[in-house]
Design a protein around this ligand. Structure first.
Ligand SMILES: Nc1ncnc2c1ncn2[C@@H]1O[C@H](COP(=O)(O)OP(=O)(O)OP(=O)(O)O)[C@@H](O)[C@H]1O
Ligand SMILES: O=C(O)C[C@@H](O)[C@H](O)C(=O)CO
Length: 336
């Protein structure tokens, strides 16, 4: 059953809006960051990771965002272009803003954390007038990432992008992407996330991220089905709640639900799971696959990324994901 309609006449498959940042992943793993001295630099930012994932899977992809007017900004735009992602919607900040940095700490495969430097970042200075209506209008799907709502003018740019998408029949996916360090008030966070979620066809988040959005509502046992039911009263057709190694649950507007277990993985670090899962799932939807197959594909894509040192660089091709699933089915991959 197809829950989302994609306009096949559109020239671009996927456009994401939000932050373009840099990951600095500690090379000395299995120790605290205080004891590391070298890092490897990758393009980062959740929506950037997802867009790179979609491009790696063969989707014609574009990006709407803002980069710093420095070497990091140029590193990012060069990387996007080398990965076949249109940067026509990427503008350069001229105010001296900087590139958001995510220092990642890998204390153990299951104990990872991210230290984010996000003061005066260029990505939150994206202006509404810098959102290209024609790029969004020509896409099958727009991805909105929640952290872009953390400050003006980026916040207003996102709402305008959503309006463009709805005006032009573009499917809208919302990856909640809640990063507490970027927000100043719980109430402000919940309000803006809810205002966006009401307009989206697909909503993806962890149980904790939905808890943040529901902080003023009655769902004391945090039941996933109660969470999902709310959004079907708005624009949502699919609501996905991710549960880490325990897998994920997808609810659809027709009342069905689909559980997906995770695949085994030789985990290097846990972060990047959500972005690769989102890319794999959304790719599957765009192929017209059943929900369960989309979830499995996303789950396998996540395993490939969490088994790697990077997020963006490790985003897999479709062939790699299919191969990973086949190897798991043959029992060739065991979890560590
Ligand atoms: N340790 C793991 N082993 C195997 N699969 C995993 C593991 N952790 C996550 N996954 C897969 O990735 C999916 C998304 O992971 P998770 O629920 O951690 O999202 P997230 O918190 O958004 O990820 P991130 O850490 O990137 O923010 C899970 O539903 C599961 O399929
Ligand atoms: O989203 C961020 O700003 C951090 C990411 O770049 C990092 O790769 C990660 O945490 C992915 O989940």
């Amino acid at each position: 059953m197809s829950y989302i309609t994609f306009d096949s006449s559109k020239q671009t498959d996927f456009v994401a809006i939000g932050r373009l940042c840099i990951d600095l992943n500690a090379n000395e793993i299995n120790r605290p960051m205080e004891m590391t001295s070298t890092f490897t630099k990758y393009v980062g930012g959740s929506p950037a990771n997802i867009a790179i994932g979609m491009a790696r899977l063969g989707m014609k992809t574009g990006f709407v965002g803002k980069v710093a007017n420095d070497q990091m900004g140029r590193f990012i735009t060069d990387y996007l272009e080398r990965n076949g992602i249109s940067t026509s919607g990427v503008t350069t900040d001229r105010t001296g803003a900087v590139t958001g940095l995510a220092f990642t700490e890998i204390k153990s495969p299951s104990d990872c954390s991210i230290l984010m430097y996000r003061d005066n970042v260029a990505d939150l200075k994206l202006q509404p007038e810098e959102v290209p209506e024609e790029l969004i209008a020509g896409a099958k799907m727009l991805l909105v990432s929640g952290t872009a709502l953390a400050a003006s003018p980026s916040r207003e740019a996102v709402f305008l992008a959503i309006d463009y998408a709805r005006k032009h029949g573009v499917a809208i996916a919302f990856d909640i992407d809640y990063r507490p360090y970027t927000w100043s008030s719980d109430a402000e966070t919940a309000v803006y996330y809810n205002l966006v979620a009401e307009k989206c066809d697909i909503i993806v988040g962890t149980r904790e991220e939905f808890d943040m959005m529901e902080r003023f509502e009655r769902n004391p046992e945090r039941l996933d089905e109660i969470t999902a039911a709310k959004w079907f009263n708005y624009a949502a057709k699919i609501v996905i709640i991710k549960h880490g190694k325990e897998g994920s649950i997808a609810y659809t507007k027709d009342g069905a639900s689909h559980r997906a277990v995770s695949y085994p993985a030789k985990v290097v670090k846990t972060f990047g799971a959500g972005d690769s899962y989102a890319a794999g799932f959304l790719y599957g939807l765009m192929q017209g696959w059943e929900i369960a197959r989309c979830m499995s594909f996303g789950s396998a894509a996540a395993c490939i990324v969490i088994s790697s040192h990077s997020c963006s660089d490790a985003m897999p091709t479709a062939e790699q994901v299919h191969d990973y699933i086949a190897r798991c089915e043959r029992g060739e991959i065991t979890a560590t």
